[in-house]
Ligand binder design. Sequence first.
Ligand code: SER
Length: 312
Amino acid sequence: MQKNILIIGACGQIGTELTFTLRAKYGNEIVIASDIREGNEALMDSGPFELLDATDYDALEEIVAYWEIDEVYLMAAMLSATAEKFPMRAWNLNMNSLFNVLNLAKEKKISKIFWPSSIAVFGPNTPQENTPQNTIMEPSTVYGISKQSGERWCEYYHNKYGVDVRSIRYPGLISWKTMPGGGTTDYAVEIYHKAISDEAYTCFLNANTSLPMMFMDDAIRATLELMQNDSEKIKVRSSYNLAAMSFTPEEIAKSIKEHIPKFVISYEPDFRQAIADSWPNSINDSSAQKDWNWKAEFNLESTTQEMLKNLK
Ligand code: SER
């Protein structure tokens, strides 16, 4: 039997690049992209696409049956800043989409799931430096609460029903192909777009707010490496800490100024400052290193080079 892959939320920041990468690897027709709305032209032209509301179990089940889907990447979610504005909508989307996919696997209609978690699972009482895999969490945002609950359910479905679900706590993700939307770490993408169009950037976080970040190529590679590994190697069935770099708005501005000396940044922190303050400054990802040999490649300097080169 042919094993097809479904990507839910394929038009988002991560979904777009995941779709391209999986299609390049397995073939365009094997990878079915889906989202609640259509994506950019390049994505829509690259292979099969289905309109799908991830909270609609019947619609999802129908697509899985029709395309003979075996593996699902559930990338649809409402991110941290937007979720603070629409708490119930965020909870509904983030949790019900996950239950739908977990239940498909429990019913043996699919055999493998990837579901992203986030550094947002941590909270103000978490040790902020080199945050361990297992520690105090107590997230204080709607998004973080949904991701932590999701992690608990993933582990539960794995232990109780043998569901092969795998997950990564992504740091803030920096990419040039598709804009992020509604996140607290989005500033680290917006800033490059402003810099490249010779505009000043007003940052919604303080100059010295340190957050864990990662270049998208590393995030996609990590996702594929996690999914390709033997099931026995995947010891953590809640979600893996993953790290690449940490920097502040001041530091990213400095790395941009090395290429664009006249670039100007100013700071006007808004409600997202409190969200950022509740998250770790840096992450310990030794479990991912040990279990599936994870190692990041991009640091701030190489990320800045890639961003400026590709946005030009
Ligand atoms: N990048 C996300 C956000 O800022 C965190 O997972 O909401």
